[in-house]
Design a protein around this ligand. Structure first.
Ligand code: ZN
Length: 502
């Protein structure tokens, strides 16, 4: 009997357990009463344990090996071969890391997150430093367990968990390019900071009116409520339980209109990706977006390339004015467009504009490597952080709370994750430029509210493939070239030179 169908049945069961975990997770972050946390943690741990055991069990390993042997003569570009490639990649990672290391990592990270939360609250980095040391130590062990590639570095192994095949060698020139072009651009903008105000975004905006407007907009862009939901949360995210069940979340701030508005467009971009994956891939290792960077390119494309464009607001600003006549009745689309694109160096990554955002990421990318390679100690990290902030953004955080303690990632073991945010920005522009080449009417379509051609182009070229192709292959196929900063830098220069009249 052929092994592949049996492997598929088993992998589908594992996927069902994971999707059930995702439902519990979504519920925890949206509607669960606070005191349910303790029981929920146990339920999630049981499901994770069952899924893991079922996957690494000898029987699954045997089925995978047998299915690989059967597929030797099958077309290399087939779904079957892609399926086996992705399953093998997961299997190798799962069996190479000793269970004791997995358990220690989970325990240390869960404790470290609590220590971090308190350290941040008390602005007490010294309490967190030993935990960062422990996490770095575990990450080094993890990388060695997986095996450091001959020509690669420790950091590459961590990167690969979030962005398959990505390396420091590929990222270095990308980030150097971004620094070279954006630092002078930010300086030029700073010299004319008074040319753009965002005061109009900080007026009183009723939450339910914001919610109604945001939901109407994403529905017009193509978010299908028979296949998804929008709910409220504290830290917005997108999750999916099936191609036809994708959940997005947002939060509303009374005195900051862009928060929910662009947050919804961002999560909608993630949702389109999951909704657009080939339905045949459901419950297989090929379901889900291919990498965090490519995923982020989809959210950033809708949030920034579409959502913060002049064309988009030519259509939607009159309606926004009707929703908020008192706040925006006397404003022009021009002043609104400028306000939502204001650039200003700041301490906090999540509040950063389109340009300075990447400088926050590059700082973390450089520090993570130094910390991992023991060129920098956890104890000295705040000083290094502040020096880099001064160098790239021209400001130093008043306390560690606004500096090195601001992000949750390191405390949860997320080292190697940050670069995917900037990759998302770069790839969003690269994909948008390719879409524009294929559809010369793209900008006028956005102005007149015709979004299906862009959605379809993204679905056909990116979403549909799920994890079938590694990220670099997918990008090459979709845009005709490898990862490149050209389109992104050109986009930033044209857009911001005009906004700031440089
Ligand atoms: Zn995102």
């Amino acid at each position: 009997m052929s092994a592949f169908p049996s492997l598929k049945t088993r992998m589908a069961e594992i996927s069902h357990l994971e999707m059930a975990s995702a439902v519990l997770n979504w519920d925890q972050r949206t509607y669960m009463p606070a005191r349910g946390a303790e029981s929920r943690a146990k339920q999630l741990a049981t499901l994770a344990k069952l899924a893991h055991e079922l996957f690494v069990e000898q029987k699954t390993q045997d089925l995978l090996a047998a299915a690989e042997a059967e597929a030797a003569g099958v077309d290399a570009d087939s779904d079957q071969r892609a399926y086996l490639r992705v399953a093998r990649r997961h299997m190798d990672k799962s069996v190479k890391v000793p269970t004791s290391l997995v358990i220690e990592n989970t325990e240390v990270c869960s404790l470290a997150r609590e220590v971090w939360a308190k350290s941040r609250q008390d602005n007490d980095y010294a309490s967190f430093a030993p935990w960062l040391d422990r996490i770095l130590h575990l990450k080094r062990q993890y990388a060695h367990a997986l095996g450091i590639p001959k020509d690669g570095c420790l950091y590459d192994v961590l990167l690969d968990d979030y962005e398959e095949g990505m390396t420091v060698r590929t990222l270095d020139p990308v980030f150097t390019d971004l620094k070279t072009h954006t630092i002078p651009l930010v300086a030029a903008i700073n010299a004319h900071a008074d040319r753009v105000s965002n005061e109009l975004l900080t007026r009183d905006y009723d939450e339910s009116a914001q919610a109604e407007f945001s939901l109407a907009v994403i529905q017009e862009l193509g978010f299908d409520l028979s296949r998804g939901r929008l709910d409220k949360t504290v830290h917005p995210f997108c999750t999916n339980f099936a191609t036809n069940d994708v959940r997005i979340t947002t939060r509303y701030e009374k005195n900051w209109l862009p928060g929910a508005l662009f947050g919804c467009l961002h999560e909608m971009g993630h949702a389109f990706y999951e909704m657009g994956i080939n339905p045949d891939y459901e419950s297989t290792p090929l379901a889900n977006g291919v990498s965090l960077g490519v995923h982020e390119s989809q959210s950033r494309l809708w949030e920034n390339l579409v959502g913060r464009s002049h064309a988009f607001w030519q259509r939607y600003f009159p309606r926004l004015q009707q929703t908020f006549p008192k706040q925006l009745g006397h404003e022009s689309v021009e002043s609104f467009y400028r306000a939502i694109n204001r650039v200003t160096p700041s301490f906090i990554r999540v509040e950063a504009d389109e340009i300075t955002y990447n400088l926050h990421i590059i700082l973390r990318f450089e520090m993570e490597q130094d910390l991992l390679n023991e060129k920098l100690s956890a104890k000295d990290a705040p000083a290094a952080w502040n020096a880099k902030m001064q160098q790239s953004l021209g400001l130093v955080p008043p306390t560690d709370r606004e500096g090195i303690l601001q992000d949750v990632h390191w405390s949860g073991g997320g080292i190697g994750y940050f670069p995917t945010y900037t990759l998302g920005n770069v790839l969003a522009s690269q994909l948008f430029a390719a879409a524009r080449r294929a559809m010369p009417s793209l900008d006028s379509d956005i102005r007149t509210g015709i979004y299906s051609p862009l959605r379809e182009w993204l679905r056909t070229n990116v979403h549909h493939h799920g994890k079938k192709y590694p990220p670099a292959t997918l990008i090459q196929r979709a845009t005709g070239k490898p990862l490149s900063t050209d389109d992104y830098i050109a986009y930033l220069k044209v857009k911001y030179t005009a906004i700031y009249r440089l």
